[in-house]
Design a protein around this ligand. Sequence first.
Ligand code: NIG
Ligand code: FE
Length: 412
Amino acid sequence: MGKLLVKNIGLLQTPVGSFAHKGKQQGENLKLKNAAILAEDGVIIEITSDGKLPIDEDSCHTVIDAEGKLVTPGLVEGHTHLIFGGYRQNEIPLKLKGASYLDILRAGGGINDTVKKTREATFEELYAKTEGFLDEMMTLGVTTCEAKSGYGIDLDTEVKLLEVLKKLNEDHPMDIVSTFMPAHVVEEKWKGKEKEFIDLCIDEMMPYVKEKNLAEFIDIFTEDSVFNAEESERYLKAAKSIGFGLKIHADEIKSIGGSVLAGKLGADSAEHLIVIEDEGMEALADGDVVAMTLPGTSFYLGATFAPVRRMIDEFGVAVAMASDFNPGSCPSLNLQFVMNLGYLKYRMTPEEILTAVTINPACGINRGDKVGTLEVGKQADFVIWDAPDMEMLCYRFGSNLAIQTIKKGILV
Ligand code: NIG
Ligand code: FE
């Protein structure tokens, strides 16, 4: 592959270390002026600053001139429902007439509608559609992404989705981390029989997916009208006992104990947290759970925004931000827009935001040792931005400011 040199970096900004950054650490970034990065075989081998070059340009296979721009680690997208049939643009008029997200779901629409369309879609159709999303994400600066199943619900369709993701992980430059999420909705035929459905997940689905090595994590929608805390606990404990990492959609619409459960079980991350209470924030901090906040969903649902300032300042929770990309509650995969929302709605600093879209989500998906910071020994995943600093990147919205995305030392 040869050596890649990126020279003339006006500002190189990155969190440091392979751990989830909490409290004050969330806002600590290394800033190097006039920097250069040298990579070989997809890994960073040297970083210099103050105009010093690590190597003679002529001995490099590729030299990129960053022209004085900002360079950060590649963005890590920690939460998506990336693979689904159809879309749900028909729900906006219903919402505008006053129907809530749960009203639509309870009436048999919402996730149920996407499950139907996903079951109808072929492997090839899902592959092509998801590949398009991955291309778009990379153009926007994302180099690693988590992706959930969850629109199949039955084992066959869930396996189809996870196999598409596995194939894309092999074929596409994006690093994809898969999460199995059969407990995403209570299908009509399981209404009133949630216990039996959880039994099915535990006895048949989880062991199969584990044995075929189709997913690293498990997730569940712990919510009013979906799965309660007790069912979630049984499901997550069983998943943990056979080696899955744990994720939980918690406190999105009603607080029914999801984040407390995440803390108690030591989940890798807890998702949403829009209506989290103090007890939940304390549990996340004590359990070392990454708070995977999803401000694009608050924006699209017209909901309030997760209390991120309090999570950082009062409770010392490690905060990540992700898109939640899905057809029903956030039909955008633009992590740059998520950063804008982090600035204006969560009132995070640009440094905290960078941590929230790089090392903290990387730790939430168990990739903190490989990606999420620019350091010697880490993957050469980074972005050259059309911005002089993070302040500009967090301020301008609606444009794509990523000029070049570099994945494992290769321009994509
Ligand atoms: O994280 N809340 C559950 N799952 C997704 C939405 C899925 C959908 O509406 O299709 C979420 O918001
Ligand atoms: Fe989600």
